[in-house]
Design a binder for this molecule. Structure first.
Ligand code: ZN
Length: 300
């Protein structure tokens, strides 16, 4: 009797698993379930790296590709895009790390006075905390997503958002192109993490080839309380996933501090002599597919 019960239970469990597998949410084309699986594997591999990576601090500066450099916050949160006519600082890191990040930039051989635009992806401490410091040091104008202007200008000292207030000089709207000399950055506002979170797409040249870089902002998951979070909406997420398709193919994917885990892997390869270690067209679709599935699961 007990044996029969065991067999029936096993059959039932198998049936449930099959049904679950059949109804599992899959991402829409061109993203695939394989992409989702890849991101899950990367996350699992990266958990240990993330545990070892301090949130505040600068980390070592390094060249990513072409004229793109990682300059602060381990690993890979703030980037310097350089040109003979001046540089753009994408994210200004934590207020506490700003001075060390400035030193990182000088270690790479660049002058702070050559930074001509300060462009935080969002107003939070990790993206915009160092903006006031760098504005004072460089005199460069500050550009941020229009809906984040009030927050950055007010600053904040509550919780973990230590952000010195700073005047914003120009609003970024979805689709804007930010230019400086030969540099050209396509901006996409992707509300969610903050009302004005902005992602950037641009080309860098290495050897004789152009590569598309996508810097995503921000948040590596969908909040559990999605429907109650005032920053998130179905309309905003639909826009996000439209942007994800628009920017394909992405050769180099960089993101906030949570992307440190795969950048750390790439950096190790780079140091071992692989100059194209950060080029990988599979990483961004993996993240995008996974986020889309996360959203479908959590939106109710
Ligand atoms: Zn943030």
């Amino acid at each position: 009797m007990a044996r029969n019960f065991l067999i029936v239970s096993l059959l039932l469990a198998t049936f449930c698993l099959v049904v679950q597998a059949q109804t599992a949410i899959t991402p829409k084309a061109p993203f695939t379930s394989k992409d989702v699986d890849l991101w899950k594997q990367m996350q699992a591999r990266g958990r240990e790296t993330q545990r070892q990576t301090p949130n505040v601090g600068t980390g070592e500066p390094f060249k990513v590709l072409g004229n793109l450099y990682s300059v602060g916050v381990p690993i890979g949160n703030s980037f310097l895009l350089t040109s003979p006519q001046g540089h753009i600082l994408l994210n200004t890191g934590f207020a506490e790390s700003a001075e060390a990040m400035g030193k990182n930039i000088e270690t790479l051989g660049f002058k702070l006075s050559d930074i001509k635009l300060l462009v935080p992806t969002h107003w939070h401490n990790d993206g915009g905390g160092g903006t006031a410091y760098f504005k004072e040091k460089t005199g460069a104008p500050v550009l941020i997503g229009a809906a984040d202007i009030a927050f950055l200008q007010a600053g904040g000292d509550g919780g973990n958002q230590k952000v010195p207030a700073v005047k914003v000089d120009r609003a970024i709207f979805n689709g804007d192109v930010i230019t400086l000399g030969p540099l050209s950055i396509q901006a996409y506002t992707i509300p969610g993490h903050t009302p004005g979170s902005t992602s950037f797409s641009f080309k860098v040249r290495e050897g004789n080839q152009d590569y598309t870089v996508f810097q995503y902002c921000c948040g590596q998951n969908i909040p559990e309380n999605f429907s109650k979070d005032p920053n998130y909406s179905d309309a905003g997420m639909r826009h996000t996933f439209e942007v994800f398709r628009k920017v394909l193919p992405v050769d180099v994917y960089v993101s906030g501090p949570s992307s440190g885990f795969f950048l750390a892997e790439r950096l190790a390869k780079y140091k071992a002599g692989d100059k194209l270690a950060f080029v990988d067209r599979s990483t961004f679709p993996a993240f995008a597919a996974w986020l889309e599935v996360e959203y479908e699961n959590k939106k109710q």
